[in-house]
Design a protein around this ligand. Structure first.
Ligand SMILES: *Cc1c(COP(=O)(O)O)cnc(C)c1O
Length: 480
C-alpha cells in the first residue's frame, strides 16, 4: 500500500475562475452528447428545456426533501409530479406513489414493498420469489440481492418478449410478484403486459411494470397513434409502475416515480424508526437527504414542456428512430432486432462482429453501447439525433466496410478470445482472471477497442469468473 492516496487533500482553496475553467476543460474530453454523438445516458430535447430545468434545479439547490414537513413547496411539487404521472398512466383516485432518485431506487422500493406486502398478505411465504424475464433490468436483480428476495429468471421468446406462458411455469407457492417491462431495455420490445398482469391477478400476486425508460415516451406515442399496447394502470392486475422523469421526461438526473395502485401497497415502502434520540425518524424511500433541486427540476420539466411539448419531442425522436432503423436495415450486414416499440432498439448481425462496428464508430467519435446474449449495439434515440441521421448512416457504412476486412486488431482479438475460452476450461479461476486482465490491457481498451474484451466476456463459461473480473475492473476504475 502506498503512503497516501494519489491526490492529497487541498491545502488552499482554488481561485474560482481557474476552478470553473478547469471543470469546463475536463468535461471537454468526455463523450460529445450535445452534438448527438452519444446513444445512451443522455436525454436531450432542446436548449430551452435544458436551461429552464437547470434554472429550476438551482432555485432549489440547497433544499432538502428529507422531511416532508420542512419544505412545504417541495412536498407540493413531489405530490404534483406523482399526481401528473399517475394521470399519464391512467391512474384513478386511489393511485399514489413517491419520487425517488432514479429507476434503480424506484425498483428497489417496488420490491421492498412487495416483500413487506407478502409478510402481511401471504404469511405462508418463507423465501419470497419474484419472477424476472431474462430481459428485465439488472436493477431488479440488485433489488432482490439487497432485500434477500429470490430472483427467478425466465427466458423470453424469440421476439425477446416476456409472455405469460413462459412465466406461468415458474410460479411457486413462494412467488410474490411478477415483473414485466414497458419496454425492456436491451431490445426495446414490449412484454405481454396484459397477459402477465392477468396471470398475476389469477394467482393473487403483485405485478410491477418497469416503465423506467418507456414511461415518458409510450403515453405520447400512443396519443400519436403509434401501435402501443396498453401497459399501465389501464391494464387490470398491474399493481405498481416505475417511470423515470430523468430519462424521456428531460428532467435533471435524480428523478423517477414509483406508483402504486393504492395507499395500502405504498405503506409497505415506508421506513420509520421511532426510538431515536434525534426524534421520530420517518423516511418514505431509500435515501435520507433528498435533493430539492431534482424534485423542482422534474416538476419544472413536466410543467414547462406539457402534453403538447412532449408530443412534439416524441414525434421528432420517433421520426429520427424510424429513419435510422430504415438506414440500418438497408445494410445487408446489419439488422434491427425484434420489433422495438419506441425510441430504443438494438442492432445485430449474422455476418460480422458488431463489436468491431462499435469500435470503428468509436474511432469516428460516436459513442454506442455494446450488449451481449446476443451481441448487439444499443441505440437510445433523442430528439437531438434527428440532426445527425445522415452523418450517422454514412459513418456506419464506413464502419461496416472496415469491420468486414480482416484487421490486425481482429486477429489479435480472436487469439485473445480463444486464449480466454481455453483458459477458462483448463486453469484455476484466479489465474484466468489475471490472464484476462492482461489480455484486456493489450486489446487497448483505452484507445477505443473493446471488441476483444466483450468477446472474452462472452466466451467465459463460469459466471463466477466474470463477476470477479468485472469487480476487479470496477476496483481499478475507482482507483482509491
Ligand atoms: C434506466 C432503466 C432502469 C434503471 O434506472 P436508473 O435511473 O439508471 O437507476 C431500470 N429499468 C429500465 C428498463 C431502464 O431503462
Amino acid at each position: 500500500m502506498s503512503e497516501y492516496p494519489k491526490v492529497r487533500f487541498p491545502q488552499e482553496g482554488m481561485n474560482q475562475s481557474d476552478l470553473l475553467e478547469l471543470l469546463t476543460q475536463m468535461k471537454s474530453k468526455d463523450v460529445k452528447w450535445r452534438q448527438g454523438r452519444v446513444f445512451s445516458y443522455i436525454y436531450f430535447a432542446s436548449d430551452d428545456i435544458l436551461e429552464t430545468v437547470k434554472h429550476a434545479y438551482n432555485i432549489y439547490f440547497s433544499e432538502n426533501a428529507l422531511n416532508p414537513t420542512a419544505f412545504a413547496s417541495l412536498r407540493n411539487m413531489e405530490n404534483e409530479v406523482v399526481s401528473m404521472t399517475a394521470d399519464l398512466f391512467h391512474g384513478d383516485s386511489e393511485t399514489c406513489g413517491s419520487m425517488t432518485s432514479g429507476g434503480t431506487e424506484s425498483l428497489l422500493m417496488a420490491i421492498k414493498s412487495a416483500r413487506e406486502w407478502a409478510k402481511k398478505n401471504k404469511p405462508h411465504v418463507r423465501e419470497p420469489e419474484i419472477i424476472l424475464p431474462a430481459s428485465a433490468h439488472p436493477a431488479l436483480h440488485k433489488a432482490c440481492h439487497y432485500f434477500s428476495v429470490k430472483a427467478v429468471v425466465v427466458e423470453v421468446g424469440d421476439d425477446y418478449r416476456a409472455t405469460p406462458s413462459l412465466i406461468e411455469k415458474a410460479i411457486t407457492s413462494q412467488t410474490i410478484m411478477l415483473v414485466a417491462s414497458a419496454p425492456s431495455y436491451p431490445q426495446g420490445v414490449m412484454d405481454d403486459i396484459t397477459g402477465i398482469a392477468q396471470l398475476a391477478k389469477q394467482n393473487n400476486l403483485l405485478c410491477h411494470v418497469d416503465s423506467c425508460i418507456g414511461g415518458m415516451m409510450l403515453p405520447f406515442l400512443a396519443k400519436l397513434n403509434y401501435d402501443i399496447p396498453p401497459f399501465d394502470f389501464a391494464v387490470d392486475g398491474v399493481t405498481s409502475i416505475s417511470a423515470d422523469i430523468h430519462k424521456y421526461g428531460y428532467a435533471a438526473k435524480g428523478a423517477s416515480v414509483v406508483l402504486y395502485k393504492n395507499a395500502d401497497l405504498r405503506k409497505h415502502q415506508y421506513y420509520v424508526y421511532p426510538n431515536w434520540a434525534g426524534g421520530i425518524y420517518a423516511s418514505p424511500t431509500m435515501t435520507g437527504t433528498r435533493p430539492g433541486g431534482a424534485i423542482a427540476a422534474a416538476w419544472a420539466a413536466l410543467k414547462y414542456i406539457g402534453m403538447e411539448g412532449y408530443l412534439e419531442k416524441a414525434q421528432i425522436a420517433m421520426n429520427a428512430t424510424k429513419k435510422i432503423q430504415e438506414g440500418i436495415n438497408a445494410f445487408s450486414e446489419l439488422k434491427v432486432m425484434g420489433n422495438p416499440a419506441m425510441t430504443i432498439f438494438s442492432v445485430g448481425s449474422d455476418k460480422l462482429d458488431v463489436y468491431e462496428v462499435g469500435d470503428e464508430m468509436g474511432l469516428m467519435d460516436w459513442s454506442i453501447d455494446r450488449q451481449q446474449l446476443p451481441p448487439t449495439l444499443h441505440f437510445t434515440i433523442n430528439p437531438i439525433h434527428y440532426t445527425i441521421v445522415e452523418e450517422l448512416l454514412t459513418d456506419l457504412a464506413t464502419a461496416v466496410e472496415k469491420a468486414k476486412k480482416i484487421s490486425t486488431h481482429k486477429i489479435s482479438n480472436s487469439i485473445q478470445v480463444n486464449v480466454a475460452k481455453g483458459a477458462s476450461r483448463l486453469l484455476p479461476k484466479k489465474l484466468v482472471g489475471k490472464i484476462q486482465q492482461v489480455a484486456a490491457k493489450n486489446s487497448k481498451i483505452g484507445e477505443g477497442r473493446s471488441a476483444a474484451m466483450y468477446g472474452m466476456m462472452g466466451a467465459l463459461q463460469e459466471k463466477g469468473d466474470l463477476e470477479e473480473m468485472v469487480k476487479t475492473f470496477l476496483d481499478k476504475l475507482m482507483r482509491v
